[in-house]
Design a protein around this ligand. Structure first.
Ligand SMILES: [Zn+2]
Length: 388
C-alpha cells in the first residue's frame, strides 16, 4: 500500500534547510519519494512537521520511574518485569522513539523483547540490547549485572553476553547514584578489565558503553577505547581531549539527575546525597563538552526514579536549556545517537530509499524543541501508529 504524508515541514537531517509544504511518499517499509504530488490511490495523512524517529541511547525498560530501582528489581519476578518492559516499550514508541539502546536489564529480558518486537509479537521500538551490565563484585548496579573480576573473567563474561545475543556491551567504570554503599567518584572496573571488554566486543563488531561518573573512571574507560561514556558527570580538559582523540560519544542522560533533583524527598537517603553531589558538576560537564565539540547523543536513562519512558522530550529540552541549539538537539536525538550507537547510516535521516522510521509532531522543533513532546503519529519501517 502507498501512503502519502502531506507535511508543513520536514526535517530530513541530510544537511541544509528543512523542506516545507511537501509530500512524503512511503511504499512498504521505505520512503519512495519526497516531492509535492500525492500518488493516485494513496492513503493520505496530514502532519504539521515530520522528523526522523527519535533514538534513546540509554534506557532501562524493566522499571518505570519507581523511587527505588534496587528494591524493585529484587522484589519482582522476571515475568512481572517482562510485562512491565513490554508496556514501557509501547510507551517509548508513543513518545516518538523508534530505536532504543536498552542498556542494562535482568537475564535476557532486553534481548528477548527485542526479538519479540522484531517478529511482531509485541509493539515497541527497535531495540539494541546490552543484556546484563558488567560490574566488579559489589559494583554499581550489581543487582542487574554479571559481577566480574579480572581480565580472564571479563573475557568470559563478554563472550557469554555476546553468545546470549547482546548487541552491545555495558561496563561499569565508576560508582553510581542509585546503588547504596558505592561512591559516585570511585573508580570500579580496572583499566585492564575495561581493555579486555573493549577488545572482545570490538572483535565481534559490537560497541561498548561505559557507565562513568567520576573523573578517573571516565578517563580509564576512554583510554580503554569505549565507544560511549554514559553520564560523565566530572569531565575535565584531559577527559575532553580523550573524547576528541578517541572519537567516543557522550551520552549525558541529563534527565536522570533532573528528575531525581525534582523529587529529592522521595528517594532513598544515599540517592539524595549523591544527586546533590553530582548535579551542578554534571551540568557544567555538559556545557564543557558542548563547547569543545564532543559528539553528544541523547539518552534519558528512562526507568530511573521519576524518569518515565514517555518523557523523552525532556532530555532535548534540558540540552537546549544548557546551551544547545534546537538543531543540535534534534541531531543528538537522531543521526547523532545513531552514529554513537553504531546504527546503519540511514537511521536518523529521511531520504528517498531509506527506511520509513519517522514521527509526526505538532509544531516545529527547530523553533520550539518542546514540539517533540507533542507526537501525533509514529512510523516504524512503514508501519504507522497513531498517538492520541
Ligand atoms: Zn542507566
Amino acid at each position: 500500500m502507498t501512503l502519502a504524508i502531506r507535511f508543513g515541514a520536514l526535517h530530513h537531517n541530510t544537511g541544509g534547510e528543512p523542506r516545507y509544504n511537501g509530500v512524503l511518499v512511503i511504499e512498504g517499509e521505505r520512503i519512495a519519494a519526497i516531492g509535492t504530488d500525492v500518488p493516485a490511490g494513496a492513503r493520505v495523512l496530514e502532519a504539521a512537521c515530520v522528523v526522523p524517529g527519535l533514538i534513546n541511547a540509554h534506557a532501562h525498560l524493566e522499571s518505570s520511574g519507581e523511587s527505588n530501582a534496587m528494591t524493585l528489581t529484587i522484589l519482582t519476578t522476571p515475568t512481572q518485569r517482562a510485562y512491565v518492559a513490554a508496556g514501557n516499550a509501547r510507551k517509548t514508541l508513543e513518545a516518538g522513539v523508534t530505536t532504543i539502546r536498552e542498556i542494562g536489564a535482568t537475564g535476557t529480558m532486553s534481548i528477548d523483547l527485542r526479538d519479540a518486537i522484531a517478529s511482531g509479537v509485541a509493539l515497541g521500538p527497535a531495540i539494541l540490547a546490552a543484556g546484563r551490565l558488567i560490574c566488579m563484585t559489589g559494583g554499581h548496579g550489581w543487582f542487574i549485572a554479571d559481577e566480574t573480576d579480572g581480565p580472564d573473567e571479563m573475557r568470559k563474561t563478554v563472550r557469554r553476553n555476546l553468545k546470549r545475543g547482546a548487541d552491545c556491551i555495558k561496563v561499569i567504570a565508576t560508582g553510581g547514584v542509585l546503588s547504596p554503599g558505592v561512591e559516585v567518584g570511585s573508580s570500579q572496573l580496572d583499566p585492564d578489565e575495561l581493555e579486555v571488554a573493549v577488545r572482545e566486543a570490538h572483535k565481534a563488531d559490537r560497541r561498548v558503553a561505559a557507565h562513568a561518573i567520576g573523573n578517573q573512571g571516565i578517563k580509564n574507560a576512554l583510554r580503554a577505547g569505549v565507544d560511549t561514556i554514559e553520564h560523565g558527570c566530572y569531565l575535565d580538559d584531559e577527559a575532553i581531549k580523550l573524547f576528541k582523540k578517541t572519537g567516543a560519544a557522550y551520552v549525558p542522560t541529563l534527565c536522570a539527575p533532573h528528575f531525581l533533583h525534582e523529587h529529592l524527598d522521595e528517594v532513598p537517603d544515599y540517592a539524595r546525597r549523591k544527586t546533590e553531589q553530582v548535579y551542578e558538576a554534571h551540568r557544567a560537564s555538559f556545557k564543557r563538552a558542548l563547547r569543545a565539540g564532543v559528539t553528544i547523543a541523547a539518552g534519558t536513562d528512562a526507568g530511573t526514579p521519576f524518569n518515565r519512558h514517555e518523557l523523552y522530550a525532556t532530555e532535548l529540552a534540558l540540552m537546549v536549556a544548557l546551551g544547545m541549539s534546537t538543531e543540535q538537539a534534534l541531531h543528538a536525538a537522531t543521526a547523532g545517537a545513531a552514529a554513537a550507537a553504531g546504527l546503519a547510516a540511514e537511521t536518523g535521516v529521511l531520504e528517498e530509499g531509506m527506511s520509513a522510521d519517522l514521527i509526526a509532531v505538532d509544531g516545529d522543533p527547530r523553533k520550539d524543541i518542546k514540539a517533540t513532546s507533542r507526537v501525533r503519529g509514529v512510523m516504524v519501517r512503514g508501519a504507522f501508529t497513531s498517538v492520541a
